[in-house]
Design a protein around this ligand. Structure first.
Ligand code: AKB
Length: 323
């Protein structure tokens, strides 16, 4: 099927990933082919003007109506509650992260939707998972409700593919870093905030300890990974739950040192809070060899390159105090 015949629905299009993915999809498929949807109309429309619809993914009837009305062939279902917010609202996190996905999978099973993208996360791993070069298949004993709900979601995706032939594909994203949109309540959010505070105030109070290593990824790599996975020949897709994808691993001390190369007067303090325990239960680095072998995944940005790009772009948006 050529790009001209695809009609794509993005659910959760106002979020950190949704905004940039909608823009990228509109560049590939054309603005009119990509229907953005979220709970509220966006304050800054994503990329080229294109259709926008209000949608709560828990409203299955409305989801079906939109799929019918726009003749949707692909769904990118991104709406979720992340790890830190999920700990404050565990029931809502379960409801949205699992039942929202089930509504999408059920609608896909009925026929018109040919492909579904659904984001999983490194949060499906837990304290008994090997923390370095975490394999694709290993112990998954998540301790956050976010991780528990995403692990359940992974199993549902495998099930709908095996049982009903739904072409569902997913990635276990690490922390995502972008200068365009703020992250939405995760444990890895510090890696975005640190850049903003470095430029705005010249100092940052980090809620994770300085030597806490976590897997991270710059947004252009994350968007490219998503598009490449969705464009890959279905015969090459051996994982229907969520592919491990790696890019960069660093600690707060290392990202601060990289920022200090550009802003030497930048200072960081450390005051770990409840998110430390979450971070300590997650991998420090990821083995993504299955994604590399199956569909050719390869990251492009390292910490130095990402930092240069983040600071350059943020400086154009903000007035730095320590330039
Ligand atoms: C979070 O921190 O909750 C997310 C994630 C790793 O999935 N960024």
């Amino acid at each position: 099927m050529g790009t001209g015949t695809e009609k794509i629905l993005v659910i959760g299009a106002n979020g950190q990933l949704g905004t940039e993915l909608t823009e990228a999809l509109r560049n590939v498929y054309g603005a009119a082919q990509v229907v953005a949807s979220d709970l509220h109309t966006p304050s800054h429309p994503a990329g080229d003007e294109g259709p926008f619809e209000i949608l709560n993914v828990l409203d299955e009837r409305r989801l079906r109506e939109l799929v019918r009305e726009y003749r949707i062939t692909q769904v990118y279902h991104l709406a979720a509650l992340l790890s830190a917010v999920g700990e404050k609202k565990p029931k809502l996190a379960w409801e949205l992260n699992v039942n929202g996905l089930l509504n999408v999978l059920e609608t896909a099973r009925e026929g018109a939707i040919k492909k579904v993208f659904w984001p999983s996360t490194i949060a499906v791993f837990g304290p008994n998972t090997p923390r370095e070069h975490t394999p694709q298949h290993t112990v998954t004993d998540p301790s956050t409700i976010y991780g528990i709900s995403k692990l359940a979601g992974e199993r549902w995706c495998e099930y709908y593919c095996a049982k009903y032939g739904v072409d569902v594909r997913g990635l276990r994203y690490p922390g995502l870093i972008s200068y365009k949109n703020p992250p939405g309540g995760g444990t890895t959010d510090y890696a975005v905030d640190i850049y903003l505070q470095a430029l705005e105030t010249g100092t940052y109070q980090c809620y994770l300890a300085e030597d806490t290593y976590l897997p991270m990824m710059y947004m252009p790599d994350a968007v490219r990974a998503t598009l490449e996975l969705m464009e890959a020949d279905a015969k090459r897709i051996t994982i229907r739950s969520g592919y491990n994808i790696g890019a960069i691993s660093f600690s707060p001390r290392e990202i601060a040192a990289e920022i200090q190369k550009h802003l030497p007067r930048f200072t960081v303090g450390y005051r770990p809070d409840f998110r430390q325990q979450i971070a300590d239960s997650w991998p420090q680095s990821i083995d993504d060899s299955t994604a590399r072998n199956d569909w050719g995944w390869k990251p492009q940005y390292d910490l130095a390159e990402m930092t240069r790009d983040m600071l350059t772009n943020l400086k154009n948006l903000k007035k730095p105090v320590l330039a």
